[in-house]
Write a protein that binds this ligand. Structure first.
Ligand code: ADP
Ligand code: ZN
Ligand code: ZN
Length: 756
């Protein structure tokens, strides 16, 4: 065959969707779509790229078509459905395949990254070949019968490698053997010298091995069994089912049941969580039933582990279940039968920066179709989008409104802090009712959760005379005061600043702090209850996963009485001893200028309230607000999700918001504000020519400058029924025309489809 073979390669380079290379004869047999190849790009750069497809059409181009240098992995690193999924992602989320590639493929596979994957090595102990039979083993024991420690080690070897493996094939890691036998290194050395045992270095997996016996599945309660049966029924007709179950109703137990059923069919399960903090609790719950069939994938595992999980899934005996955060939808699944999206309402499922700005729940539903898999969305407070899809019959819907232990949902007491302030009864952050309840709860030896959705000590510092407030030099944002480090920090770019002593505007020395964050809550607790153990959970105290785990486990064990935290504590954690939850400032969440603010505030408050009294006792919630009569607060007090939903839908229909319309947010960025203003106005004007009043803006966002780049936003409100293909063409073509003009050329334009 003389025909020349060409491939289209996806590279992490932002110029084209793919790049054409030719394949030399000796490499042709190794190439399939999904292969990883090494190519030269430009004069001197080398990249690893993914083969998207193979063809024999000689490209018409003035450039020389280069040959690929090598095929990098014997096996392709992607499975077929993944390439289709990448294509869908880049089309729907308006980004390049190369951006998907960068976000998705573990950098350990790629040559241009400094860290390449190295297998982990460990010493393993086995029997020397002449002792690998029952008879000869007796001879070995004879040889050590006067050396008790050597005998002990040999016995341990037999005991701890005991399974159905023949003697000569048994081996155990040296570390493990020494630990289990309790003898020292030099005893082992002697046995090796005597030629009885033998050690050898082997590659080991970094992935843990589960040592315990698997448990039997729990029996479901009647109401759970009923919900389970309804789900299975729903999934016969529909691809997606929303499980709307109050906190602690046993949603996780139902997932476990569905997982077990899927495994019986030899199909895989993906279990998605919105947040790394939740993986620990669920991992141990799942391991108990599924052991080593379960793999865990999240952003804090290192590059080597990432490659190992990826390779594991590429093999045919890979994991049956993956538990992971949003990016696990990209793993090379063989045959997914079920995807579970737990806490489906969480905004953490949306990737913000960099592209692809995908929504993992929505993308998972598309991924499921490609595998012919079913999807369960679970939440106590569903997103308006999913509830709407359930109402219109697109998704199945199953509700559980009882708790497993039959405890009532917590009772919620509103406190009017505005009224208390007027009467001068509010000293500091806590209302008298909250303080009183904290005392009682501590006396009963129950635990307390205090929720304040702001970290730091005070959200801002203010001059009492001229209202001056310090802002970030790079972002148009008020700085937050962090008392523990005595610095001001910007929550957008992370810059820190000294705390000023005088107002630079009017020389006034009286600068005071405004509002409060979790750090201040913690401090006030410590002065109110000096002998009580307090911990704080927010992004400042949980820089790594270990910290999160230790806070959660200390709280579980009762080593912490009061846990103060931001929205991190509202998410699906299952604690037993919480008698009281305090919501310290409901208003700041409700006043956030975003069309989802009320939905979000409802979800946060209902979720955090749900942490109270999960077992045995009914819990109590104290909700501090300046507007107790507000409809949203009323919906929370009466646990009326549907009331909240109806009111929100009225607003969304009036103002053309999702789920009735599709939003696309276009961000324009530039170092120079005037250039930015001009290009943003020009772009909006050009878009209006084809899209009319679907184009809103440009507007200066609430934060008009981030990391020295000025910002403008254009919003598109598009009918759900409109063709995305047409829209994509319009955007592409209009953007190209805009950027042709040298004046606008250096404007950065980014798209965010379905922003959250
Ligand atoms: P949810 O996911 O709805 O918040 P969980 O599944 O975490 O609820 O259930 C709450 C608690 O009740 C968990 O500790 C769980 O182990 C327990 N539980 C729920 N259902 C059962 C059951 N059928 N058998 C045993 N324990 C259960
Ligand atoms: Zn001043
Ligand atoms: Zn900043």
């Amino acid at each position: 065959m003389n025909e020349k073979l060409y491939i289209e390669v996806i590279l992490p380079v932002p110029l084209a969707d793919s790049y054409t290379y030719s394949v030399p004869l000796h490499l042709q047999k190794n190439i399939v779509p999904g292969s990883l190849v090494l190519v030269e790009f430009g004069k001197s750069k080398r990249y690893s790229g993914i083969v998207a497809y193979i063809h024999t059409i000689t490209p018409i181009t003035p450039y020389e078509i280069k040959e690929i240098i090598a095929v990098e992995n014997e096996q392709p690193v992607l499975r077929r459905p993944q390439l289709r999924f990448w294509e869908w992602l880049s089309q729907y989320y308006l980004c390049r395949p190369g951006e998907v590639y960068k976000a998705v493929l573990p950098s350990g596979f790629r040559t241009e990254s400094a860290t390449t994957y190295k297998p982990k090595k460990e010493l393993f102990v086995s029997l020397s070949s002449q002792y690998g039979q029952q008879d000869s083993l007796r001879i070995a024991f004879d040889k050590v019968k006067n050396a008790p420690r050597q005998e002990q080690l040999l016995l341990a070897f037999i005991e701890y490698t005991h399974d159905h493996t023949p003697l000569k094939q048994r081996s155990i890691s040296k570390k493990d053997l020494l630990f289990r036998s309790g003898v020292s290194d030099n005893v082992l050395a002697t046995l090796v010298e005597k030629g009885i045992l033998h050690t050898e270095e082997k590659d080991v997996s970094r992935l843990n091995n589960y040592q315990h016996k698997l448990s039997e599945l729990h029996l479901l309660k009647d109401f759970q069994q009923k919900a389970y049966t309804e789900i299975v029924g729903n999934l016969r007709e529909k691809d997606v089912c929303l499980l709307h179950g109050v906190t602690a109703s046993g949603k996780t137990e139902i997932y476990i049941r569905l997982i077990a059923e899927t495994l019986k069919l030899q199909r895989q399960v993906l279990f998605l969580l919105p947040e790394i903090a939740l993986t620990t609790q669920i991992t141990s719950r799942l391991k108990q039933f599924f052991g080593d069939q379960l793999g865990v994938y999240h952003s804090k595992i290192n590059n080597n582990e990432r490659v190992e999980i990826w390779n594991n899934l590429l093999s045919d005996e890979g994991y049956q279940i993956i538990l992971g955060v949003r990016s696990s939808i990209f793993l090379p699944f063989r045959d997914l039968g079920l995807i579970i999206v737990d806490e489906e309402h969480e905004p953490g499922y949306k990737q913000q920066d960099p592209a692809p700005r995908y929504h993992s729940r929505n993308a998972a539903i598309v991924l499921a179709t490609m595998h012919g898999a079913k999807v369960i969305l679970g939440s106590a407070t569903p997103s308006i989008e999913s509830f709407y899809n359930a109402q219109t019959g697109k998704y199945g819907y199953v509700c559980m409104n009882r708790r497993f232990e039959e405890t009532e949902l917590p009772e919620i007491f509103p406190v009017d802090v505005k009224e208390l302030r007027r009467k001068k009864k509010m000293k500091g952050i806590f209302s008298p009712l909250l303080i009183e309840n904290m005392k009682q709860t501590l006396e009963k030896e129950e635990q307390i959760i205090l929720f304040q959705n702001r970290r730091g000590f005070a959200p801002m510092i203010l001059c009492k005379i001229c209202d001056w407030t310090p802002k970030c030099r790079f972002c148009d944002v008020a700085l937050t005061y962090h008392k523990s480090i005595h610095k001001l920090t910007c929550h957008y770019c992370g810059s820190t600043y000294q705390v000023p002593h005088v107002c630079p505007e009017c020389d006034n020395k009286e600068l005071k702090s405004q509002g409060f964050g979790t750090e201040q809550v913690e401090e006030e607790i410590k002065s109110l209850f000096p002998h009580v153990a307090v911990a704080r959970m927010d992004t400042d105290t949980t820089q790594n996963k270990k910290n999160i785990e230790s806070i959660i486990s200390d709280f579980e064990k009762g080593n912490i009485q009061i846990l103060v935290g931001t929205q991190m504590i509202s998410k699906g954690l299952d604690f037993n001893g919480v008698g009281l939850v305090g919501i310290l400032n409901a208003d700041s969440m409700m006043n956030f200028p975003d069309f989802r603010a009320h939905e979000r505030a409802y979800q946060l408050m209902a979720q955090v309230a749900g942490r109270a009294g999960r077992r045995k006792h009914q819990g109590k919630v104290i909700l501090q607000t300046s507007h107790p009569e507000h409809p949203l607060i009323q919906f929370i007090l009466s646990n009326n999700y549907e009331g909240m939903y109806k009111l929100q839908m009225e607003e969304r229909s009036l103002f053309k918001y999702p789920p009735l319309y599709r939003l696309i947010e276009i961000s324009l960025k530039h170092k120079n504000e005037v250039s930015l203003k001009n290009s943003a106005e020009k772009y909006a004007e050009m878009l209006r020519m084809s899209l009319g009043d679907r184009v809103i803006g440009p507007d200066k966002p609430m934060i008009g400058k981030i990391q020295s780049m000025y910002l403008r936003k254009i919003i598109l409100k598009i009918e759900i029924s409109a063709s995305l293909n047409t829209l994509r063409e319009i955007l592409k073509e209009t953007q190209n025309r805009l950027l042709e003009d040298v004046v606008f050329k250096s404007t950065v334009i980014q798209y965010n489809v379905d922003p959250v």
